[in-house]
Design a protein around this ligand. Structure first.
Ligand code: BGP
Length: 465
């Protein structure tokens, strides 16, 4: 017997600013590290127009209301609000988010706001980005601007999206300053600064908007040992400590876990911790944990023969570390068109692990299936594969709730089609199809997919019927 979803469960959907808004240089917006990218790999697209949500947000919110969304998780573009990251506030940029929140509230949709989702202002990057402690102050100041404008209107705040992915793929996500000598050491120093920035902002939310709630939003993956060989089990624990718990332990418990710290020290990547840092980290007190879950990983102990550093560099495909773990195939799991393991049971396991470890309510801020969708002549997209993926994950989430996990809501990626972080426009996730391809913007018109109609009925029934 499954426990039903609680009343008021936040059935939602997600986007991020640079992937959906477009209008990259309009109304005073400054460039972000994303806009400043020198080039885009073949078959992918720039973010200048994206899904043109900036101009179409009222129509998009009307679609979200029709879908029945109870929540919408989006991010604020820091350089739209403060063009150089640290100077004057751009009132027009800020107004866009006030209008968006008002539009959502009027439609009865709970806004869930990410303060920073990969798009650091380029001006800050040029001054050292997260390598510089000045960026911590800049982030706190930016958060204060957001809280002044929206603190009474928004209950759920997320600090930094997928900080752990930025650390693991720092060069790809554009946070490493060019010419960095020791990139791994540098990203872990940056990581420490982001953790401090996050902790200060969590404290700030409690101080200036005490009715609001705030939490971190890492990507968490279930990690399996490739076999019952005890050496593989150790490799899986180490990988999970480095990939998942390193971030959450600092965000929630205010300290680095011993396995991750031993790893960083051994590698020579341990960040420099200044006096007072640990107190800042310990004072944060998040109200909930948000996490993004797409896939699981399977790892084995290293062979030690020089062949261990595998992986493709893809955001979700594990890259090995010859000293600690190597990627392995999981014969029990299928993969999506982009090679990511599909693992709904791993979703349940992830809920249980995070809940057991921290005892806080959980909010899913991303989960979904990237696929090549086809718009049919009757203006539909028959994405039964996406319905299957989401249904299986919702079922396992309900299992987790039955296991006793406190789940606040579920915001799959993505509300509408948008530009993938690194695989272009044709990798689609949305409930709503946006008519464009990599370079041809076509009409940018919106079409409801079959998953739209299906999710509408899930929300109406408060669960799978
Ligand atoms: C997460 C990011 C999102 C989004 C999603 C899908 O890591 O937070 O921004 O892009 O993954 O990834 P992708 O676009 O690479 O398929």
């Amino acid at each position: 017997q499954l426990t039903p979803f609680p009343p008021g469960f936040l059935w939602g959907a997600s986007t991020s600013a640079y992937q959906v808004e477009g209008a990259w240089d309009e109304d005073g917006k400054g460039p972000s590290v994303i806009d400043a990218r020198a080039s885009y790999p073949e078959g992918t697209s720039d973010y200048t127009v994206a899904s043109d949500h900036y101009h179409r947000f009222r129509d998009d919110v009307a679609l979200f209301a029709e879908l029945g969304l109870k929540a919408y998780r989006f991010s604020v573009s820091w350089s739209r609000v403060i063009p150089d990251g640290d100077g004057e506030v751009n009132p027009e940029g800020l107004q866009f988010y006030v209008d968006l929140v008002d539009e959502l509230r009027a439609a009865g949709i709970e806004p869930i706001v990410t303060m920073y989702h990969f798009d650091l202002p380029q001006a800050l990057q040029e001054k050292g980005g997260w390598s510089s402690r000045a960026t911590i102050d800049a982030f706190e100041r930016y958060a204060r601007v957001l809280l002044d404008a929206l603190g009474q209107k928004v209950t759920y705040w997320l600090t930094i999206n997928e900080q752990n992915m930025m650390v693991m793929h720092g060069a790809a996500l554009g946070i490493l300053p060019p010419g960095t000598e020791d990139p791994q050491r540098e990203v872990h120093q940056q990581n420490h600064h982001m953790l401090l920035a996050q902790a200060r902002v969590m404290r700030l939310v409690h101080d200036v908007a005490p009715q609001a709630k705030v939490g971190p939003a890492p990507n968490v993956a279930c990690v399996y040992p490739a076999s019952p060989d005890p050496a593989d089990v150790v490799a899986a624990e180490d990988f999970s400590a480095i990939r998942n718990w390193l971030y959450l332990d600092v965000a929630v418990r205010g300290r680095y876990n011993t396995l991750a710290w031993a790893y960083l020290t051994e590698k020579g990547w341990a960040p420099q911790i200044e006096d007072g840092d640990l107190q800042v980290l310990a004072a944060a007190e998040p109200n909930f944990i948000a996490f993004n879950y797409y896939a699981s990983h399977t790892v084995a102990a290293p062979r030690g023969d020089g062949t261990d550093v595998g992986g493709t560099g893809d955001q979700h495909i594990v890259t090995g570390d010859a000293d600690v773990y190597r990627p392995a195939e999981n014969p029990h799991l299928k993969k999506n068109a982009f090679g990511w393991e599909i693992d709904p049971v791993g979703f349940r396991t992830t809920f249980r692990q995070i809940s057991d470890r921290y005892g806080l309510p959980l909010l899913v801020t991303e989960n979904g299936l990237g696929a090549y969708d086809t718009l049919t002549e009757d203006g539909r997209v028959h994405d039964d594969y996406r319905i299957d993926y989401l249904a299986q994950h919702i079922e396992q989430m309900q299992q987790a709730i039955t296991d006793g996990v406190d789940v606040l809501g579920y915001c799959p990626w993505s509300a509408v089609d948008l530009v993938s972080t690194h695989q272009g426009v044709r990798k689609r996730y949305g409930f709503v199809y946006v008519d464009r391809d990599e370079t041809d913007l076509r009409s940018l018109a919106r079409y409801r997919k079959d998953s739209f109609t299906w999710y509408q009925s899930v929300i109406r029934a408060n669960g799978l019927s």
